[in-house]
Unconditional design. Structure first.
Length: 277
């Protein structure tokens, strides 16, 4: 599939054009994160069995039938509209909105790096947010954030026929919850500086706040764009929803077990901002 023909929800951070990647955080978790494991497992199963691990024509067909198209969902594009999405794949809009794609698009991806990056962010941040809510509440929270992400991108371009795929809108909600719950926890970041690679640890509020800033920059820069690329407004919608919904879904007794919660607690963060050797 030509990635330019689809919008992807992809987690990722760069600084000065240099990629940086979260390795882990210093935040303990107390519950086995079964829902986090399940979400990662479902995404991997979808990638293998529905998307052919990125091979054609399975990848293009899955994006066409299971990706979210704002113009199709809202009915702003006429029935029977056709456009090519892969070497041998054409999408044809049906006579009824594909409402199911609000959910299925959360589990589709556009390439290997897309799914690997998204699942790694989920692995790093999902367990602690699940730990603060419990399993059932976290599952509902995750899906609601995914819907908010779809709404954010759809409202930004309601006439678009470009399919949107990816988990990072919902994962953006997880990150939004994390920054509210654990802003002072340190996240260990892998930083690539040409041939030199190092690890630094920064407070989550800096790492996730910088990530959100990049989404706004990309989002405003993408206004009026007719091609594919990153669905920045999905990331923003998911993040904002997660930061708002966490106040409803968190369980105070579970959050209180974490030593570095909130901004106004007496406990001290694990370490000052430092370089890790």
């Amino acid at each position: 599939m030509d990635i330019a023909t689809a919008r992807t929800y992809a987690c990722g951070v760069s600084f000065g054009g240099r990629p940086i990647f979260p390795l882990r955080d210093d935040n303990p978790h107390f519950l086995t994160p079964w829902v986090t494991y399940g979400i990662i497992g479902l995404n991997i199963l979808a990638w293998v069995f529905l998307q052919g691990m990125g091979s054609e024509p399975a990848l293009s067909r899955s994006v066409c039938t299971l990706g979210l198209m704002p113009g199709d969902l809202l009915g702003t594009l006429p029935d029977g509209t056709q456009f090519q999405i892969g070497p041998e794949t054409w999408c044809v809009l049906g006579d009824s909105p594909a409402v199911h794609t609000l959910f299925t698009s959360m589990f589709m991806h556009g390439g290997w790096m897309h799914i690997i990056g998204n699942m790694w962010f989920m692995w790093v941040f999902g367990n602690n947010v699940e730990d603060s809510m419990g399993h059932v509440r976290f599952a509902i929270f995750y899906l609601l954030c995914g819907l908010a992400a779809a709404a954010g991108q759809t409202l930004s371009d309601p006439d678009s026929g470009i399919p949107m795929v990816g988990a990072s809108g919902a994962i953006g909600g997880v990150m939004g919850a994390y920054i509210v719950l654990y802003p002072r926890v340190h996240v260990h970041m892998l930083v690539f500086l040409g041939f030199f690679v190092t690890v630094i640890a920064v407070p989550a509020v800096l790492m996730l706040g910088y990530w959100l800033l990049l989404q706004f920059i990309g989002g405003f820069g993408s206004i009026g764009s007719q091609g594919g690329g990153t669905a920045f407004w999905a990331h923003i919608g998911g993040f904002v929803a997660g930061a708002a919904l966490v106040t409803v879904f968190k369980v105070p007794e579970l959050v209180d077990r974490h030593p570095y919660r909130g901004l106004g607690q007496d406990s001290q963060p694990t370490r000052s901002w430092r370089r890790v050797r």
